[in-house]
Design a protein around this ligand. Structure first.
Ligand SMILES: Cc1cc2nc3c(=O)[nH]c(=O)nc-3n(C[C@H](O)[C@H](O)[C@H](O)COP(=O)(O)O)c2cc1C
Length: 313
């Protein structure tokens, strides 16, 4: 159980936006290993030094301490799924990853925004982490957009900008919806047809605009001002977009239109739209891991692009 003070400290640290890296090495059995890390920092230009911090609780700690080498791969916006894989208890994190080796033999991940192949300069004992100081022996970089991490969430700058443009474009019909959670319960509206729906509106708006999603929610006692992108679904001709946000609130509310349903008591058969059923199942599964993705889809198909693990970093 983490103390209130530690939670506040993590929250404050999370206010510093970072990139996301996968740190790799080769273990004693010759196997590639790696973990997601945002504690990367540049240290010195001459000599070329960088650092990364590794949790003493990491199952890979010994391998990283023993190895004379490590590599840092800076992930691109398109590699959010990889970030999740390397932060989750997955047997073979490299099974779907294209990688190669450079000078040290540590895995360099294909399509990383930049990478630094290092010999280990120092390993400094620092509280509940070790600082791995790396001397860069080879590196490269591209102009791809990096993945950004802020306040426990991935920020997909390109996607958010694209959605804002769609919302402003009069030719695009936009439906904005929300998955509102309060302590493992989800808010659903009941309509006259007897089916359950997520709350929606034609714009995200503000708390004071009663026609907008945030305003409508506020009218039923829900303050969803802190929200994150969860699903974006576009028609194939780009003329209509469904944009769903997720928000966690402190208090439940029950109105004539809607109420909160415990995750294990959601009457899925009463959610009419299959896409909404799938979206809610994904939400519940990701909530259990505290690792959320952003689904980006077209009528013809889609994929989960982004994931976050707010309780850890
Ligand atoms: C965005 C993000 C950043 C992280 N940064 C670090 C980090 O800098 N150092 C660290 O030790 N763990 C970090 N973690 C947590 C590890 O990736 C996670 O605990 C992983 O399970 C460690 O794997 P291991 O125990 O197999 O080594 C981060 C996780 C995420 C999602």
């Amino acid at each position: 159980m983490i103390s209130e003070q530690a939670r506040k400290f993590r929250h404050a640290l999370g206010a510093f936006p970072t990139g996301v890296t996968v740190v790799t090495t080769i273990d004693n059995d010759g196997q590639p290993i790696g973990f997601t890390a945002n504690s990367f920092s540049s240290v010195s230009i001459d000599p070329k030094l960088i650092l990364i911090c590794i949790d003493k609780a990491s199952i890979n700690l010994e391998a990283f301490i023993e190895s004379a080498y490590f590599a840092v791969n800076i992930l691109s916006e398109k590699q959010q799924q990889m970030s999740t894989t390397f932060a989750s208890p997955v047997d073979d994190r490299f099974s779907h990853v294209d990688w190669q080796t450079k000078t040290t033999g540590c895995p360099i991940i294909s399509d990383a925004v930049a990478w630094f192949d290092c010999t280990k300069d120092k390993c400094v004992d620092a509280g509940d982490h070790y600082i791995l100081l790396g001397k860069v022996v080879e590196f490269d970089s591209t102009i791809m957009t990096p993945l950004v991490f802020l306040r426990g969430n991935y920020v997909n700058l390109t996607l958010e900008q694209k959605m804002l443009r769609a919302m402003k474009d009069d030719n695009t019909k936009v439906v904005v919806g929300a998955l509102i959670e309060c302590r493992s319960q989800i808010y659903l509206n009941e309509k006259a047809d007897g089916y359950l729906y997520f709350p929606t509106a034609s714009s995200l708006g503000s708390l004071n605009d009663s026609e907008s999603l945030l305003g409508k929610l506020r009218l039923v006692g829900i303050d969803a001002s802190e929200h994150y992108l969860f699903s974006v679904f576009e028609s194939d001709d780009d003329k209509s977009s469904l944009i769903y946000y997720r928000a966690q609130v402190e208090n439940t509310t029950k109105t004539s239109q809607g109420k909160f349903y415990a995750f294990d008591e959601v009457p899925f058969e009463r959610i009419r739209d299959e896409w909404n059923r799938t979206m809610l199942k994904r939400y519940i599964a990701e909530r259990a891991l505290n690792a959320f993705g952003i689904y980006v889809g077209k009528e013809s198909g889609g994929k989960v692009e982004a994931v976050t693990k707010p309780s850890v970093y």
